[in-house]
Write a protein that binds this ligand. Structure first.
Ligand code: HEM
Length: 182
């Protein structure tokens, strides 16, 4: 199996149990009790109540200095103490996608300080970004975060900061799903 394409299968089995599910913007998705994340392929068929597919891709906006910093401090998924997770599928508006690459970067980094803000929460929060837009999925991005219960408050603070930024004005669908490892 290809190790860059993943299926997030929402249903009633899986190692992550849903503790809350909120549609913050846009249309909700059907409620589920568990999520299973598996290595997959573009052609695999749907399972569970729903399946969201994402690809691990290259960086789009991160410059060398930040990339080196991220690599130096970020943690991997799967730490035993990181028993909590958040799965947040996000879609951005047509207005966002109509911008040029340099305009998008200016909004994310100069005006919204996405990476600078996020870095303050490393290594406590482990993160992984999956791209979905180019494969015709309902969301543009699937974001996944893992953290220990002691860092739950810090994670909320990070979300609050990011959701106030100019970048988030371009988010038109966002589902916030919280999970606990079983
Ligand atoms: C993209 C860092 C938290 C949502 C990125 C990128 C970086 C980054 C460096 C740019 C990747 C690129 O160059 O293509 C961080 C750090 C975080 C964090 C260090 C700390 C934990 C979050 C949170 C969310 C989020 C909490 C949302 C719930 C996204 C999305 C993108 C992204 C949707 C893709 C944006 C786009 O390409 O338009 N993040 N992030 N991030 N991040 Fe974060």
């Amino acid at each position: 199996m290809n190790k860059t394409i993943f299926d997030f299968i929402g249903g009633n089995i899986g190692e992550w149990k849903v503790t809350s599910m909120v549609a913050l913007k846009g249309e909700p998705i059907e409620s589920i009790s568990h999520i299973k994340k598996i290595s997959s392929s573009l052609i695999s068929s749907n399972k569970g109540i729903w399946t969201l597919k994402g690809i691990v891709s290259n960086l789009r906006y991160t410059e060398k200095e930040d990339k080196d910093k991220l690599v130096a401090i970020q943690e991997d998924l799967g730490r035993s103490e990181a028993t909590l997770a958040a799965f947040i599928p996000i879609r951005k508006s047509e207005a966002w996608w109509n911008l040029a690459q340099d305009e998008r970067r200016k909004i994310m980094e100069n005006k919204s300080q996405h990476t600078q803000t996020g870095m303050k929460y490393l290594p406590a929060i482990a993160r992984k970004l999956f791209h979905s837009r180019d494969i015709g999925e309902p969301f543009d991005f699937l974001t996944w975060f893992e953290y220990a219960p002691d860092d739950a408050a810090a994670f909320e603070e990070l979300l609050e900061a990011l959701r106030k930024t100019e970048e988030w004005n371009y988010v038109d669908r966002e589902i916030d799903i919280r999970l606990v490892r079983i």
